[in-house]
Design a protein around this ligand. Structure first.
Ligand SMILES: NC(=O)c1ccc[n+]([C@@H]2O[C@H](COP(=O)([O-])OP(=O)(O)OC[C@H]3O[C@@H](n4cnc5c(N)ncnc54)[C@H](O)[C@@H]3O)[C@@H](O)[C@H]2O)c1
Length: 429
């Protein structure tokens, strides 16, 4: 099928590449000209494993192209995906500016080159948004407006797009479902065929629930800390229960990234607008907001003061295998450490340049070992393997004091204690 993808960020580019890999004829559109120039050269504008190899390969087969002009690419398209960002607005609700701009562009396209098309909203949007888009486009009965939320995870985006856990399609007509089924013919995954509003709610509810599991464990970790129980062992024991499962039970410094923080906030705002209070979710957000502070307080308690202390911060991206630093816990950790007067040296395999633009006064090391040179303490913020699989004897030799703070419970606690480190994890006293 002929497909257009509006917005070539993490979601749009991955969608475009995965559909082109399945033999569809795809055009990726973005308003960011420099991004399009880079993409045409086969270079991914962000770090995402597998995408950097797949992109030049599909470009070579001629099934994928990029442009800044919707009019140039979309006249033959049967399916147009909207994959633009929906960041948090000032009050926490989703800012739909980019989406509405894309809809305006589609109105123009439809006026100039009328044809039957599916407009599929992949951006995460509040319940009711896709119905609103349908209203905006209602003068074109040949258009089918569909909600098709995306569940890929940064770090394994391409694999997730090719082997999704489920495909959720919210539509109002059999024809719309049929066209979407035709598009996803090559993908074997359970289908949820429903209304547009249900599809939108499935996305928000999924992210809110995953965030809830994380905050539940983070709060429990604070109690484990007091009781001398080990939250990591507790999580393993819980996760073996098939009704619970092991995923998203890891205590740490809280969730970050471009989805959980903004989507939980947007869902809370949506509930507020409808005079419903989501008290559990409010607490989920609150626990997450103060988790880094709780852990830094533990650090301060142990080191007596952070002022003047040299601290190595290992890992900066919001999770491993991505360069995305949107809402990353590292940003809070750095700002708390700097506010306490610490002297910070940070390391990340890919995210340092983006963090450096926000925190120019931090030293950015080329290796985790360099970050540990002369450090009074080291804190693990992101569990990159570069930051977890270390030669600990060398780390100890380089540090000036042996304090390790494992913000992700990913360091080998027992081995570290045997070597002579003072080890503090999250909820593992
Ligand atoms: N990143 C994720 O892991 C993820 C996962 C699932 C869902 N989502 C959702 O998908 C959406 C996109 O997220 P993302 O992380 O890919 O965002 P992103 O910020 O990486 O990319 C958005 C892109 O859209 C472009 N854009 C904005 N307005 C445009 C327009 N009118 N025409 C063409 N291009 C335009 C921007 O230049 C940018 O390149 C969001 O709603 C997000 O919540 C993201």
């Amino acid at each position: 099928m002929n497909v257009v993808v509006i917005g070539t960020g993490y979601v749009g580019l991955t969608t475009a590449v995965s559909l082109a890999m399945q033999g569809h004829q795809v055009a990726g559109i973005d308003v960011d000209e420099s991004k399009i120039i880079q993409l045409r050269q086969g270079k991914t504008p962000f770090y995402e494993p597998g995408l950097d190899e797949a992109l030049p390969r599909v470009l070579g087969t001629g099934t994928l192209r990029f442009t800044t002009r919707l009019q140039d690419a979309a006249h033959e398209a049967t399916v147009v995906f909207i994959c633009v960002g929906t960041p948090s607005g000032a009050d926490g609700s989703a800012d739909l500016r980019f989406l509405l701009n894309a809809v305006d562009n589609l109105l123009e396209l439809q006026e100039k080159t009328p044809a039957e098309r599916v407009i599929a909203v992949k951006s995460t949007v509040p319940v009711g948004t896709t119905d609103y888009v349908a209203q905006q486009l209602q003068s074109f009965p040949e258009l089918h407006v569909v909600s098709n939320p995306e569940f890929l995870r940064e770090g394994s985006a391409l694999r997730d797009a090719l082997e999704p856990s489920r495909i959720v399609i919210g539509a109002e007509t059999d024809r719309a479902f049929a066209l979407m089924e035709q598009l996803y013919l090559g993908i074997s995954a359970p289908r949820v065929l429903t209304t547009r509003a249900n599809a939108e709610m499935i996305k928000y509810a999924s992210n809110a629930f995953l965030a809830t599991r994380i905050s539940f464990m983070n709060e429990l970790a604070r109690l484990c800390d007091k009781l001398g129980t080990d939250v990591k062992t507790v999580a393993r024991g819980m996760g073996l229960d098939s009704r619970i499962g092991p995923e998203f039970l890891q205590a740490g410094l809280g969730y970050g990234g471009s989805c959980f923080p903004k989507d939980t906030t947007a869902l809370l705002q949506l509930a507020k607008q409808h005079e419903v209070s989501l008290t559990i979710l409010e607490k989920v957000r609150e626990v997450n907001l103060n988790q880094p502070e709780w852990f830094i307080r533990r650090m301060r308690d142990q080191l007596a003061t952070l002022s003047g202390k040299r601290i190595a911060v290992l890992g900066l991206s919001f999770k491993p295998e991505t360069d995305d630093i949107r809402e990353a816990p590292s940003l809070k950790v750095l700002s708390l450490l700097l506010a306490e007067g610490a002297d910070v040296a940070a390391y990340d395999p890919v995210a340092s340049p983006s963090v450096q633009r926000i925190f120019p006064h931090v030293t950015y090391a080329d290796t985790p070992y360099d970050a540990c040179n002369g450090a009074d303490a080291a804190i693990l913020v992101t569990e990159w393997k570069e930051c977890t699989q270390l030669d600990w004897v060398q780390v100890k030799e380089r540090m000036s004091a042996p304090f390790l703070f494992d913000g992700r419970n990913a360091w080998p606690a027992k081995q570290l204690k045997d070597i002579g480190f003072s080890y503090t994890g999250v909820g593992r006293s």
